[in-house]
Write a protein that binds this ligand. Structure first.
Ligand SMILES: Cc1cc2nc3c(=O)[nH]c(=O)nc-3n(C[C@H](O)[C@H](O)[C@H](O)COP(=O)(O)O)c2cc1C
Length: 212
């Protein structure tokens, strides 16, 4: 891949419901992605099987494989999470538990070989409550750090009163929140771009070739 190909960000809404405010954030971010950045909404979170160490040696089950393939095809991951009982929704956490494991289990590779290791990732959050799911955001960042993702923690967007935050077109009414959402995408894309350039540089210096 050339270093000037668009940065592809996989955007994951941590809620399964179609009318989710977090899905609205994902779609808004996708519609506002700057030039050179593609935000693609993840599919199939619902189909990710419950983590079970007894079956992972047989390889990722179908739902996990489909989800992990989307991650592997991305330069970075953007998560928008609600908060359930002060933490990350179970299905979202379950998916990232799988993503910290290699297809085929520990006999096939270590954490550094897993899909999220070294991958740039950012988290925003939204809730209809007054704290904007900020605990879930913090916990999701902790999960990502634990699995070796390259976390982009600033700027922060924890959208409170999400049921009142969007206009009829699905755009955030608050200019500050909109600026933060755009800022998260730009910071994530910048990190992914820098990583890609560093990789290209390393590979060029090891082969003596020039990359564009
Ligand atoms: C099981 C459950 C637990 C929840 N716990 C919290 C919570 O601890 N803190 C909070 O701010 N909101 C909590 N909520 C409210 C959700 O964050 C809120 O409904 C949010 O809009 C859901 O996200 P979505 O719109 O993306 O589906 C909870 C909702 C559910 C269904």
């Amino acid at each position: 891949m050339t270093t000037d190909a668009p940065i592809r960000i996989l955007a994951i809404a941590g809620s399964l419901r179609e009318g989710s405010f977090n899905r609205l954030l994902v779609r808004l971010a996708a519609s506002r992605a700057p030039e050179g950045v593609e935000l693609v909404e993840a599919t199939g979170l619902r189909d990710v099987e419950p983590f079970d160490a007894d079956i992972e040696a047989d390889g990722y089950p179908a739902g996990v494989a489909a989800f992990a393939a989307q991650v592997a095809a991305s330069d970075a991951v953007f998560v928008s999470t609600p908060e359930y009982n002060g933490s990350v929704p179970g299905q979202l956490k379950n998916a990232f538990d799988w993503l910290s494991r290699v297809d085929g289990g520990p006999d096939r590779g270590a954490l550094r070989d897993s899909p999220m290791f070294g991958r740039p990732a950012a988290v925003v959050s939204a809730s209809d409550g007054q704290f904007g799911a900020t605990w879930a955001r913090d916990e999701m960042l902790k999960v990502l750090r634990t699995q070796g993702a390259r976390v982009v923690a600033e700027p922060k967007l924890a959208l409170a009163a999400a049921h009142e935050a969007f206009d009829a077109d699905g755009v955030l009414k608050s200019p500050d929140a909109l600026e933060r959402l755009d800022g998260v995408v730009v910071a994530l894309a910048d990190t992914a771009r820098a990583l890609r350039a560093a990789r290209a540089e390393r590979s060029a210096s090891s082969t003596g070739a020039t990359t564009t």
